[in-house]
Design a protein around this ligand. Sequence first.
Ligand SMILES: Nc1ncnc2c1ncn2[C@@H]1O[C@H](COP(=O)(O)OP(=O)(O)OP(=O)(O)O)[C@@H](O)[C@H]1O
Length: 278
Amino acid sequence: MQIDPVENAELEAAAQLGAPGACGIGVRVQSVSKAYGGREVLKTLNVDIAAGEFVAIVGRSGCGKSTLLRLIAGLEQTSNGSIGFGAEEPEIRIIFQDSRLLPWKRVLSNVGLGLPRASQASVKALAQVGLEDRAHEWPAVLSGGQRQRVALARALVHEPELLLLDEPLGALDALTRIEMQQLIESLWKARGFTAVLVTHDVQEAIALADRVLLIEDGEITLDERISLPRPRARGNLAFAQLEERILARVLKHPAPGLDSALGDISLQRTVNQVGWAI
Ligand SMILES: Nc1ncnc2c1ncn2[C@@H]1O[C@H](COP(=O)(O)OP(=O)(O)OP(=O)(O)O)[C@@H](O)[C@H]1O
């Protein structure tokens, strides 16, 4: 993975942004732009992510969320600007919407991919995602949610300092999705890594993140700090108001008054128990 190093002073600053996590690293995105074939997808983006912070990125389809994640992961190069980390050789892992497990390897071997041998660490990581009893099965017999748990274990086994999540729960049913959100939050709290989550689901972003970033027209146009106490009750009034406000912002409609907002919320909750997707 190719990482652009930042200057020492900047590294320290990035590492010290906000409350440092137990083993998270800071990220500094500085004047980053990305173009494909002359079409600019990201325009001079600037954002600092503190060590141990949980940041969610939302925005309409095609706005550049996954592109930013791939740039942070070092899977693609920026057209301009730089991305720096609070460590010289950061341990970065990325999880996608599909688990990308190797079908010819059993669950435990998938978790231990890249490690010299199936180790205690793989067993422990599998236990942390609640799948220790499925270690010797094939990925094909697991449910979609279980496969994503294995993908999570495969990332955790490397003790990531930065975990990038590209719509990892997008294909899951409503209940599994909420269970997975809780699992991700508990692992993040226990391990202290920095997390960057791309999601279409505003409710998911608010449930999990310390900050929600909105990308529009290749720029970050909203950087909202979420100060609700954790764990966050989705039915709570403050949660619902925030969700309404951010969604209105994403859709570029003015947020309605509180009364009508609450009416809409209860209606939409009945229709869609997961939350509002963009
Ligand atoms: N390798 C590529 N070559 C050309 N264009 C690309 C490439 N990767 C992404 N794009 C374009 O960049 C834009 C942003 O894509 P990106 O996948 O980052 O959007 P997104 O916000 O993650 O979308 P979605 O929510 O639908 O996944 C899109 O218009 C896409 O077609």
